[in-house]
Write a protein that binds this ligand. Structure first.
Ligand SMILES: [Zn+2]
Length: 136
């Protein structure tokens, strides 16, 4: 009982602390290069610590739109839950026998972001929780 009350309080606190923020887009190669080494491959954008979005090129509209779709996904499910779900979907994909790259590309958050990163109106028209449409 005590645990449940504490947990609900924490969720409410997270909501008030994090939900209303606007994205802050920062250019930083060091963070992206270090993450690229850890994750493998070359990363051009990253949802770092809410509400910070890190990109290599501030003029790259496609990468920024991709990251802002992730930002909206975070606001749907609270940033902490987003990261936990992201990890859960990745692990599920790996357990289903996919390799690292394929498991990453088949996370529903990534499927939505890659499918819509070239759609200029998507950020305005997106319906909350749309990533569930891409859940397999
Ligand atoms: Zn992504």
């Amino acid at each position: 009982m005590k645990f449940i009350i504490t947990f609900n309080f924490l969720i409410l606190l997270m909501f008030y602390l994090f939900y209303p923020l606007k994205p802050i887009i920062v250019q930083n190669d060091l963070i992206l290069d270090s993450t690229s080494v850890i994750m493998g491959g070359k990363i051009n954008g990253l949802e770092f610590f809410y509400p910070f979005t890190i990109v290599r090129d501030l003029n790259d509209e496609t990468v920024i739109r991709h990251e802002l779709i992730h930002f909206k996904q975070m606001q749907d499910s609270l940033p902490i839950a987003y990261h936990l779900l992201y990890l859960k979907y990745y692990i599920n994909n790996r357990m289903a026998g996919m390799d690292h790259n394929w498991a990453y590309l088949n996370i529903c958050f990534e499927l939505e972001a890659y499918a819509k990163e070239n759609d200029k109106d998507y950020l305005h028209n997106r319906i909350p929780f749309s990533h569930f449409l891409y859940l397999r």
